[in-house]
Write a protein that binds this ligand. Structure first.
Ligand SMILES: NC(=O)c1ccc[n+]([C@@H]2O[C@H](COP(=O)([O-])OP(=O)(O)OC[C@H]3O[C@@H](n4cnc5c(N)ncnc54)[C@H](OP(=O)(O)O)[C@@H]3O)[C@@H](O)[C@H]2O)c1
Length: 304
């Protein structure tokens, strides 16, 4: 099967390219999800295109790349992910997240490719005080969330939309790296305890994406770590896993953040992977497990 990945230079793209090549990323992967059917040698022919190789905002470049590679499946990861910056750059976020996705879908349509579009829990308002299922109403609070939702709406009903949340991988400069570094140097951290979601290991997400690439089910799927926690709980867990102490992380409220972030984030947006469990039988591992494996990979690299 031929697979083209957009935004392949990002943290999910890095892990997905490994898993599609049959390599288990250093942070492990949700192998239970692939069960008795691990990736076979040469099962996938992958074109992993980073931004420098394909700018999805350029419609002509998208058409040419998809015509050249003729993928069976396009895994569309490229996105304007700077959530706070997007508030002052609606045009830039729209050009990538909405128009870029339209470009991908139109080019996929022209050669009959399936699109797997990766979206976000930020399409929800998160004001219901409960976990979100696929059929829940959307209501983004930020430009990033609104433009990612516009990307969902640009997909065809036959395409597969994979919503995930709070992604952390070995290759990204994310908060789990910060937590591991703080455990080492004893630095104090402050994290909010009034935003609750689900941390997802990008290596685990990559395994979930392989399941979606193989099955091409169509429709909306939540694919996120199992369970839920506030940022304060997640970071405390990571610091302790890395050998630090829970006391290093002080809980604060969003109102106490200084400076205040430009974008409003959902207060409570854990994703339940109901439809993934329905078709695959298992969800992604618990978030604590994903964090533990990621911290172990970071510390064994001797880095942060
Ligand atoms: N990270 C999260 O917490 C999270 C949560 C939910 C959903 N998601 C979604 O998951 C997907 C993957 O995210 P990620 O964590 O891997 O983010 P990431 O590390 O920021 O990767 C996104 C990639 O897209 C690239 N990109 C930006 N504009 C582009 C353009 N015009 N053309 C081609 N590539 C472009 C970026 O390149 P540059 O770095 O050069 O700009 C980057 O390599 C995204 O669709 C994101 O919306 C992420």
């Amino acid at each position: 099967m031929r697979v083209l990945i957009t935004g392949a230079g990002g943290q999910v793209g890095t892990d997905l390219a490994l898993v599609l090549a049959g390599v288990v990323p250093a942070a492990g992967a949700a192998t239970a999800l692939l069960g008795a059917d691990p990736v076979r040698e040469a099962e996938f022919e992958v074109a992993a295109l980073a931004r420098t190789q394909l700018d999805i905002a350029d419609a002509q470049a998208v058409t040419s790349a998809i015509a050249a590679h003729r993928p069976d499946v396009v895994v569309h990861l490229a996105a304007y992910t700077a959530v706070d910056r997007a508030e002052a750059d609606v045009e830039g976020a729209t050009a990538v997240n909405e128009t870029g996705t339209r470009n991908i879908v139109a080019a996929a349509e022209s050669i009959g490719s399936h699109v797997v579009y990766v979206s976000t829990d930020y399409v929800f308002a998160g004001d219901l005080g409960r976990e979100m299922v696929e059929s829940d109403a959307t209501g983004p609070l930020s430009v990033y969330g609104a433009t990612k939702l516009a990307g969902e709406l640009a997909c065809r009903p036959t395409d597969t939309i994979v919503r995930t949340s709070w992604v952390a991988g070995l290759s990204g400069r994310n908060v789990i790296h910060l937590a591991a570094a703080s455990a080492r140097d004893g630095r104090a951290l402050r994290f909010v305890d009034d935003q609750v979601g689900t941390l997802t290991s990008s290596a685990d997400l990559a395994a979930g994406l392989v399941a979606m690439i193989r099955r091409r089910p169509g429709g909306v799927f939540h694919v996120a770590g199992s369970g839920s926690a506030s940022w304060h709980e997640v970071i405390t867990h990571a610091v302790v896993e890395a050998g630090g102490s829970a006391g290093q992380v002080t809980p604060i409220s969003t109102a106490e953040l200084d400076p205040q972030p430009a974008a409003t984030r959902p207060a409570y947006s854990p994703l339940v992977s109901e439809r993934l469990i329905e078709i695959e039988g298992v969800p992604l591992p618990r978030w604590q497990d994903g964090v533990a494996r990621l911290v172990a990979a970071i510390t064994s690299e001797g880095g942060s």
